[in-house]
Design a protein around this ligand. Structure first.
Ligand code: ACO
Length: 323
């Protein structure tokens, strides 16, 4: 049976760091309010010349280096983003060009903050079908460009960045001991559209629009949705929280992460938390956290890693990977 194993990770953040203190003079807020409600201390904000595609390129090149591969080895690029450089062509195809890849194919996936989980699941299916041998899966975002910088309830929460993983086909036995993506569970439900959305778009206003969120409403649903889809994944593999070596959740909010881990019974020391460094980077947050935990030696080959995300739509999902 074919599995998609992880060969390497990479990430890239914009140069400019904006601290909580840097909001003085922008909106009425405080370091204390932001840290207490969200855990966020810094976020990176894209400057001139930095875009979703340029950040994705940096992350992809680093992931290729880590994998010991070149772009000639890759058949597929799946890029999760809600903030593409242009309405079209797809940012993934622009990235393909920048990487010098004239073979294979590339496309974007749009599932907001769950984008990386959806993209990884999609690439895994291409690999398991035998159509593709190696893929780069990327989450890249420049949410700073769709924020309402006069709305203190949203502009303090988000940041820009990109993360990537290279996956490749490998033979597995079809057991829990196999390396690779072992299970994915994806969900969406448009009932919740107005709780988290962008108020513009090409086919409605003809503008890009700004992010709008009812934070308390999102919070109310988040923990239940996240834990449901994780429990489904656990059942599919007949495992429990103690079998997981690392829990790498979407990094939106420290309180949502802590509450989810607690409800699931996952020990706090197994949770990878990076939200303090770069805020909510939407589809980029999981691969950014993965790259950090791989490079600092926490995530090791053979360990069981649980990924989870929830975002606008709502969309949500979980993936379990034997690293
Ligand atoms: N600084 C200071 N005060 C603020 C700020 C701010 N930046 N933002 C809001 N406030 C005020 C509000 O105006 C309100 O004041 P009022 O009581 O006088 O009206 C007060 O703080 C409380 O506001 P709430 O919105 O009720 O605060 P809450 O405790 O719910 O925290 C937060 C807000 C942090 C947004 C929280 O609801 C949350 O984390 N929600 C989840 C949001 C999230 O994570 N979304 C992303 C997940 S999905 C995805 O990743 C796309």
């Amino acid at each position: 049976i074919i599995r998609s194993i992880v060969r390497g990770t990479g990430s890239m953040l914009p140069e400019r760091i904006m601290t909580n203190q840097d909001f003085a003079g922008v909106v009425e807020t405080s370091d204390e309010w932001i840290v207490q409600r969200t855990g966020i201390r810094n976020r990176h904000v894209a400057g001139e010349g930095e875009t979703t595609v340029s950040l994705a390129e940096g992350a992809a090149r680093r992931a290729l280096d880590a994998a010991g591969l070149t772009i000639a080895d890759i058949d597929l690029i799946v890029l999760a983003t809600t903030t593409p450089n242009n309405t079209f062509p797809a940012s993934s195809v622009q990235l393909q060009q920048r990487l010098g890849m004239r073979h294979g194919f590339a496309f974007d996936v749009q599932a907001v903050c769950s984008g990386f989980v959806f993209a990884l699941t999609t690439a895994d299916l291409y690999i398991r079908s035998g159509m593709v041998k190696r893929a780069i899966v990327i989450g890249a975002e420049t949410f700073s460009r769709i924020l309402d910088w006069e709305d203190r309830s949203t502009c303090v929460l988000f940041g820009d960045g990109a993360g990537a993983v290279v996956i490749e086909a490998a033979e597995g036995e079809g057991t829990l001991a196999d390396r690779g993506v072992l299970v994915s569970r994806l969900r969406s439900d448009g009932e919740h559209e107005k709780k988290l959305y962008v108020d513009g778009g090409p086919s409605t206003t003809g503008t890009v629009g700004k992010l709008r969120m009812e934070g308390r409403e999102v919070f109310k649903h988040a923990v239940g949705m996240i834990t449901d889809v994780i429990e489904d994944s656990f059942s599919a593999l007949d495992i429990g929280p103690d079998d997981i070596d690392w829990f790498v959740p979407h990094q939106a909010n420290r309180r949502i992460i802590d509450a989810s881990a607690k409800k699931l019974g996952i020990a706090p020391e197994k949770v990878v938390i990076t939200v303090q460094h770069h805020g909510n980077t939407s589809a980029a947050s999981i691969p950014l956290a993965l790259d950090r935990a791989v490079r600092d030696g926490r995530i090791q080959k053979g360990q069981l890693v649980l990924l989870e995300a929830m975002g606008g739509g709502f969309t949500w999902g979980a993936v379990v990977v034997r690293w």
